[in-house]
Design a protein around this ligand. Structure first.
Ligand SMILES: C[S@@+](CC[C@H](N)C(=O)[O-])C[C@H]1O[C@@H](n2cnc3c(N)ncnc32)[C@H](O)[C@@H]1O
Length: 208
């Protein structure tokens, strides 16, 4: 099951790496909202987990933070590295389920639009790892499809349209209770912003 996940998702993002940044026109505005809501202190160390082509990492980097983006797709990371114009942003090829960092190394752990690409068993490992490497009292930012969208258009899109193009793990993710899962890992949601007409949500959390 997990082996299947690794080859399945890597294959998808090998193909998508060539065009992925085109999709960012729909997400672009969220990147700055995430940085604003995070409101990290000057010089904060930020980890962007499953960074893909690095767009969220760059948004943090633009504000002067020390940013590391990790992803297990070398093809997505190649695009990120090619577009990196910041000395304070770096990328590492790594599995989010086994992060190569010591405990509590980061002030902020962020994961955007990646939890829905993972089966529950991996999602749990990834959350556990984000908690491990984020300092106690630090911030965890989670951005993903909103399963509880109250907005009509957004709710329809999440339930019926996104299913048509998203990975096979999407349906389970969207029906699951992410907030309860987070709670179980000591991730306490302190603020929630709806984005993209209710298609997505940005969760600001404290690492307990
Ligand atoms: C939809 S993209 C999102 C990329 C980026 N975070 C963004 O907001 O644009 C999902 C990314 O998750 C990565 N990913 C999925 N599972 C992963 C894992 N276990 N470890 C590292 N990266 C992973 C994929 O390679 C892909 O780049």
């Amino acid at each position: 099951m997990e082996q299947d996940y690794y080859s399945y998702i890597r294959k998808i993002f090998y193909r998508l790496s060539y065009v992925y940044d085109l999709t960012d026109i729909f997400i672009m505005d969220i990147r700055t909202e995430v940085v604003d809501l995070t409101d990290a202190k000057k010089g904060a160390k930020i980890l962007d987990v499953a960074t893909g082509t690095g767009k969220q990492a760059f948004a943090f980097g633009r504000r002067g933070y020390e940013v590391v983006g990790i992803d297990f797709s070398e093809h997505m990371l190649k695009v990120a590295e090619r577009n990196n114009e910041y000395n304070n942003v770096g990328f590492i090829l790594a599995d989010a389920a086994k992060l190569p960092f010591i405990d509590q190394h980061f002030d902020v752990g962020c994961i955007s639009f990646a939890l829905h690409e993972m089966p529950l068993s991996i999602r749990k490992q990834v959350l556990q790892e984000i908690v491990r490497v984020t300092r106690i009292g630090g911030t965890i930012m989670i951005i993903d499809y909103s399963s509880s969208s109250e907005k009509r258009a957004g709710g329809y899109f999440v339930r019926y349209i996104a299913r048509l193009y998203e990975s096979k793990y999407y349906a389970e993710f969207i029906e699951s209770d992410l907030n309860s899962l987070l709670k179980g890992y000591g991730i306490e949601v302190t603020a929630e912003l709806s984005a993209m007409y209710g298609v997505a949500r940005i969760l600001k959390c404290i690492r307990r």
